[in-house]
Design a protein around this ligand. Structure first.
Ligand SMILES: *Cc1c(COP(=O)(O)O)cnc(C)c1O
Length: 799
């Protein structure tokens, strides 16, 4: 049906009439989206079945990537691209008077994630399939993904997200493969068959129904599976209790994604979600495995399970439970299989993000799992005692259960064979500090896997004109092997290539300017430098530093007639967790500043501030190709890797960043002439945190410009009540500026001066931009996933 333009048109019109029972002339764009989506879904079903059959037949090891979040974004455009049928469809629709991009925009983002962690999982699925690796995702089918953000009067307002409102063309409900998950109840112990037996009784049962989504590899006939679980009431539930209450509580499990990024919500429902995911996921993997194997003794040779952060770490005790209680295995053998099956990625060292569950919540909800965690802890502490006899302090620090809480990261390290960080500096900090004692005990488990992004979505699809310009210069081998983008390096000195890259950027900026006009009513100067910070709103990401610098520019422009700047458009996008008071104040501050600056006749020609609401994957795809400067300004040591930084680099933006996360590896790739770095190093930050010695107030007193902008937060400079930004003011001066905003301010100002000057030198700027594109291949998630496959999972291509 996609073999030629005419074949497509014929099928498309037939399909439309079948689905909607009316003629094409009466169609809406949304209906056309559903028609095309349905066609593509049907088209892949053959390759999907074939991939599954191949996996069954060749008996290769499979990896299952467990993640509480998958931030997929829109799927139609990506699926068309990976299937290699995008051009046929685009041409066919054009004949019918329809723009493919208009159809694509009908799709609601699948926003089943908060930010970087969920987007990483989505990029990994794309790379697994595109590398023909047998790897699948396991997650939760939240009825409502991350909230929609509206800005009203400068404040963030959250609306429930409704991605399933018009159905989801990509999923298939597999009711016959439903499994049951048990909560609460008690454990009864009996003796039989020469061993202790554990029976989970009086539990409440929830039915987990899988919905499968195809994950389509790039032009390789591989279609892997993302299996998302939905919680439903069990049908033949014994008559007791309040049925309506049971139904509500059951459905609540997969109702909402928790909107916390790098922060833990210690609610019982969150723990229910975590166990629901791992129990359903594991039961289905084990039963698939047993269709072609008689026993589970070689399970770890054929199955790898990866846990993305600690949220799915209950996979460890749950697999133990299944092996022992359901299949009669002894502890030692079950432990050997479990630890060799499971691997774990740590995503953060921020203490507020490290999961700890109070026993008082955990034990009543998951009584049998708690017993197993206790046993794991006891055996682990005993082995520590043997290694470090008498060192109580160390054992207390390393224990899985201590002071009434279960430390999920400790469970993850003890119960897995591999622990990885997500950028070199992050892995080093894990080894040297946060997990030092574990690194000493298990050095062989620790390794680094620097994050990546899929160049198919973030370059080929998001920036087709750039992709074409690259292909015109160096051919298309880089698409299969992104490291070959390095062939562009010599073109960094080629005037006609620079001109082409410039034109691509200008076109993208024009398109973004149009979107900005449409979303905000504000006209921005397409010739100005587009300086972009888009990411979740977090104190450690330091949007505040960016704002204070803009205020500083504004003041100078007003007060110093000789002061001039490269015209700049500062673009922000960020959602704040609904309960994160400080972050929401920063959003209000950005919008308040935007109103002041954009309306000021004295500055508005050289300075614009734009806040684009509802930042999400599809909006990122419009913003990032249009960026000149990529703001990656986290307090050093706090951003584990970042992946936004990689997307910008791949699209030719120059990083203005701290020596944090993967910025450091970007610097290593492009060299110091092609990135602007500033600020404290991670070692300096960590030393201050350890030894003290930072006094923010001194910077406030001794730097006149800084003094002015901080006072302006509360002195009536903004037309808001004077207490509006008091929390922000206090965070800097009363709470001694935990994130070193004041400390890094001057260094940031100077870095901006270098950026501004460099932007004025067209030739050298274009050279920098091209070098960034050329060196971005290292940050393709294909590289990352190949490393996971070789060094952690032990999986190989299925064809
Ligand atoms: C890539 C991405 C992120 C992560 O961005 P960072 O700058 O690494 O924090 C967050 N949200 C969306 C929608 C993304 O596409």
């Amino acid at each position: 049906m996609f073999s030629s333009k005419d074949a497509f048109k014929k099928h498309f019109l037939e399909k439309y009439e079948m689905m909607f029972g009316k003629s094409f002339e009466e169609s809406t764009l949304s209906e056309l989206y559903h028609t095309l989506g349905q066609m593509v879904r049907e088209y892949v079903s053959h390759a999907w079945i074939e991939t599954n059959e191949r996996n069954r037949a060749n008996q290769k090891k499979q990896v299952y990537y467990f993640s509480i979040e998958f931030l997929l974004g829109r799927l139609l455009g990506n699926n068309l691209l990976n299937l290699g049928i995008r051009d046929v469809v685009e041409e066919g629709l054009k004949d019918l008077g329809v723009h493919l991009t208009d159809v694509e925009e009908q799709e609601v983002d699948a926003g089943l994630g908060n930010g970087g962690l969920g987007r990483l999982a989505a990029c990994f699925l794309d790379s697994l399939a595109s590398l023909s690796l047998p790897g699948h995702g396991v997650g939760i089918r939240y009825k409502h993904g991350l909230f929609d953000q509206k800005i009203i009067d400068g404040y963030q307002v959250e609306l429930p997200e409704q991605w399933l409102r018009n159905g989801n063309v990509w999923e298939i409900r597999k009711e016959s493969q439903s499994v049951e998950v048990k909560f609460g109840g008690e454990v009864q112990v009996s003796y039989g068959n020469g061993r202790l037996m554990f029976h989970h009784v009086n539990a409440e049962t929830v039915t987990a129904v899988p919905y499968d989504m195809p994950i389509i590899g790039y032009k390789n006939n591989t279609v892997n599976t993302l299996r998302l679980w939905s919680a439903e009431p069990t049908q033949f539930r014994p008559e007791k209790g309040d049925v309506m209450k049971y139904k509500r509580e059951t459905e609540a499990i997969s109702e909402f994604l928790y909107p916390d990024d790098s922060h833990i919500e210690g609610k019982i429902l969150r723990l229910k979600q975590q166990y629901f995911l791992v129990s359903a996921g594991l039961k289905s993997i084990v039963s698939t495995y047993l269709k072609s194997n008689d026993h589970l003794r070689n399970f770890h040779h054929k199955v790898a399970i990866h846990v993305n952060d600690t949220h799915p770490v209950l996979a460890i005790p749950e697999l133990m439970r299944i092996l022992m209680d359901e299949y009669g295995m002894g502890w030692d053998e079950a432990w050997e299989i479990t630890t060799n099956t499971i691997s774990y990625t740590n995503h953060t060292t921020l203490s507020e993000a490290l999961e700890k569950w109070p026993i008082s919540i955990f034990k009543p909800l998951l009584p049998r799992i708690y017993m197993i965690v206790e046993e794991i802890n006891e055996r682990f502490c005993r082995s520590l005692w043997n290694r470090y006899p008498g060192d109580w302090k160390r054992i207390e620090e390393m224990a899985i259960i201590a002071h009434g809480v279960i430390k999920m990261a400790h469970l993850a390290i003890v119960g897995s064979h591999s622990v990885n960080g997500v950028a070199k500096i992050h892995t080093d900090i894990l080894k040297k500090r946060e997990m030092k004692l574990f690194y000493e005990y298990y050095p062989e488990k620790f390794n680094n896997k620097t994050n990546g992004i899929t160049h198919r979505r973030w370059l080929l699809k998001a920036n087709p004109n750039l992709a074409k310009t690259i292909c015109d210069a160096i051919g298309d081998k880089w698409i299969a092997n992104p490291q070959k983008l390095a062939s562009l390096v010599p073109f960094a000195k080629d005037d006609s290539f620079k001109q082409k890259i410039y034109e691509v950027k200008q076109n993208n900026k024009r398109a973004l300017a149009k979107r900005i006009k449409q979303m905000t009513g504000i006209v921005v100067d397409e010739q100005s430098m587009f300086d972009v910070q888009v990411k979740r709103l977090h104190a450690y990401k330091r949007q505040l530093l960016n704002i204070l610098h803009i205020m500083y520019l504004y003041n100078r422009l007003h007060e110093d007639a000789k002061f001039s700047i490269t015209p700049r458009t500062f673009i922000f996008g960020a959602k704040a967790s609904p309960g994160y008071y400080y972050a929401k104040k920063i959003i209000k501050l950005i919008n308040t500043l935007a109103a002041k600056v954009n309306g000021d006749p004295k500055t508005r020609d050289v300075l614009k501030v734009i806040f684009l609401e509802n930042y999400r994957v599809s909006l990122a795809e419009e913003i990032i190709p249009a960026a000149d400067v990529s703001e990656q300004i986290s307090t050093a040591s706090k951003e584990a890797s970042g992946t936004g930084n990689m997307k910008f680099m791949m699209n030719g933006a120059i990083t203005l960043g701290t020596l944090d996360g993967a910025n450091i590896e970007i610097l290593e790739e492009v060299g110091p002439n092609n990135i602007f770095t500033f600020g404290l190093t991670a070692d300096q930050v960590l030393a201050y945190q350890k030894n003290g010695g930072y006094r923010a107030i001194e910077y406030y007193h001794h730097d006149k410009d800084l003094n002015q902008v901080i006072d302006q937060l509360i002195n009536g400079f903004f037309p808001v009540p004077t207490h509006e930004f008091e929390t922000i003011y206090d965070s800097l001066l009363v709470q001694n500026d935990e994130y070193f905003v004041l400390k890094d301010f001057r260094s940031y100002v100077r870095a901006h001066e270098r950026v501004g000057a460099a932007y004025g030198d067209w030739d050298s700027w274009m050279e920098k931009s091209i070098i960034n594109i050329a060196k971005s291949g290292h940050f393709s998630s294909d590289r990352t996933i190949q490393e996971y496959a070789d060094e952690i999972w032990g999986i190989t291509r299925s064809v």
